[in-house]
Design a binder for this molecule. Structure first.
Ligand code: BG6
Length: 479
């Protein structure tokens, strides 16, 4: 488990956190002012509350309606890759139970749902002949969401690359995959963006490139040398840029985002760190160039690119989505050329049920604040935030996930702090609607606010579902 902790810690660029975030002091109890000090902190009226899932983690039905294989089908069926030996073959059977699941979303009172589209359902071979039955599923899902007053937010790529592309060109190792991604994006946009107004391109590049192509932990699994890894990341950035252009080419759409992120202590050092440590994807997407720091550091391993590619990659975005879980780095100012110093984590640093998930609520304050400042971002969504928990069923049949509630209360409080200071966070998608196939952890880690019994497929709200419903209903964090 420790090994997992550090593997995860290195690559999940979902956030750097602030050192020394100020702790507020309270006055003496008996001098209480007339104001209600327990009044919950309100969110802006138009703030968007949502929840999120991804295709391979919940859909199941892997052999239905012409779906092609994805790299996660092959990877999860490879012995030794998934901790509990499970696969996403059945998962939550969401492909057939989507109406029931939309009702669960509705019961939370949220107005938005972020799901992902399985590329191999739409193009079983990655390119070429589309499979209309595959897209039909998302048509049905979108219609069901809209009929229930829930706004759909679609992600085009949450890691389930068509295996055919992996076999033919090495997946993201080739710019052919970037082009195929753009064609897939254009096809989907033409058919969904009359109803889906917001599209995310790629989910957590930091993880799927490093884990999937660098360290062999995630699908597809090769351990590429640094130069090839950097090239693969460049192809993802190119795919993102091409997809943004393809989606913008459609009328009535409001295009994509990307993801990643960062944060501080000495605020200037943290701004520099934010920019440099995210230069390989978020930075090049938002600036249209690689930083001098990245190119100097990578040296001969730097990605090969053309000015035209940089232009495509730098196509303007309407918003940025940030997945915020754990603080990844605490930095201080440094006299060194880099301008920042990354501090080592003590082994006693606390974590949630997932060992990689260090507890640092201030990351959801600092990461958006720094990103907004460094890249002048006007619209940020927290596209994922949440935690796993033991989630045992108590004698009375309930799940009292007090640790998840503690986690959410503290992170949401910090998010509210950022918003109240003017950081442009427009919406929040809780990860996750329900327990699901947690990649290499199989079904061993539960992230949902609904508990799923994977034998019976019964979904039961945990206490955190009631907590979140209350936050959404008040538009404020209750005490
Ligand atoms: C996010 C992913 O990085 O982390 C989700 O986008 C994932 O798909 C979540 O479920 C939890 O991570 P893990 O590694 O515990 O499965």
């Amino acid at each position: 488990m420790l090994a997992k902790f550090s593997r995860r810690g290195f690559a999940k660029l979902a956030g750097l956190a602030a050192l020394g975030a100020a702790a507020g002091a309270r006055g003496a109890e008996n001098d209480a002012p007339a104001v209600d000090r327990h009044a919950p902190a309100p969110f802006p009226k138009e703030f968007l509350w949502g929840t999120a899932t991804s295709s391979y983690q919940i859909e199941g039905a892997v052999n239905e309606d012409g779906r092609g294989k994805s790299i996660w089908d092959i990877f999860s069926h490879t012995p030794g890759k998934i901790e509990d030996g499970s696969t996403g073959d059945r998962a939550n059977e969401h492909y057939h139970r989507y109406k029931e699941d939309v009702a669960l979303i509705k019961a939370l009172g949220v107005k938005a749902y972020r799901f992902s589209i399985a590329w191999p359902r739409v193009f079983p071979e990655g390119t070429g002949q589309p499979n209309p039955k595959g897209l039909d599923f998302y048509n049905r899902l979108v219609d069901e969401l809209l009929a229930n007053g829930i706004t759909p937010y679609a992600t085009l790529y949450h890691w389930d690359l068509p295996q055919a592309l992996q076999d033919r060109v090495g997946g993201w190792q080739s710019s052919d995959t970037s082009k195929a991604f753009a064609d897939y994006a254009a096809y989907v946009a033409a058919r969904l963006t009359d109803r889906v107004k917001t599209v995310f391109t790629v989910n957590e590049v930091g993880r799927f490139v490093n884990f999937g192509y660098g360290w062999g932990i995630d699908a597809p699994g090769p351990k590429l040398p640094t130069a090839q890894l950097n090239q693969a990341r460049h192809h993802v950035a190119l795919g993102h840029g091409l997809a943004v252009q393809a989606i913008r080419a459609r009328p009535r759409t409001s295009p994509p985002a990307c993801r990643a992120i960062a944060t501080p202590d000495n605020i200037r050092a943290a701004e520099i760190a934010t920019r440099e440590l995210n230069a390989g994807f978020l930075g090049v997407v938002l600036e249209g160039k690689y930083t001098d720091g990245l190119l100097a550091y990578a040296g001969a391993d730097a990605p090969k690119f053309t000015p035209d590619e940089l232009k495509i990659i730098g196509t303007p975005n309407d918003f940025v989505g940030l997945n915020i879980y754990a603080p990844q780095f605490y930095v201080t100012a440094s006299e060194r050329a880099s301008g920042f110093h990354v501090l080592p984590f003590p082994t006693s640093f606390p974590h949630m049920n997932s060992e990689w998930l260090r507890i640092g609520p201030e990351v959801i304050y600092w990461a958006p604040r720094l990103a907004a400042k460094v890249w002048n971002i006007e619209n940020i969504y927290i596209s994922e935030n949440g935690t796993s928990s033991e989630d045992k069923i108590a004698a009375d049949g309930q799940v009292y996930d007090l640790d998840r509630i503690m986690f959410l209360r503290n992170y949401l409080t910090q998010m509210q702090r950022a918003i109240s200071e003017g950081v442009p966070i427009r919406g929040y998608f809780l990860w996750s609607l329900m327990d699901n196939f947690e990649w290499i952890f199989g079904y061993g880690k539960r992230f949902g606010v609904y508990r799923v019994d994977f034998e019976t497929q019964a979904r039961v709200p945990k206490l955190s579902a009631a907590f979140y419903r209350d936050v959404v209903a008040r538009n404020a964090i209750g005490v």
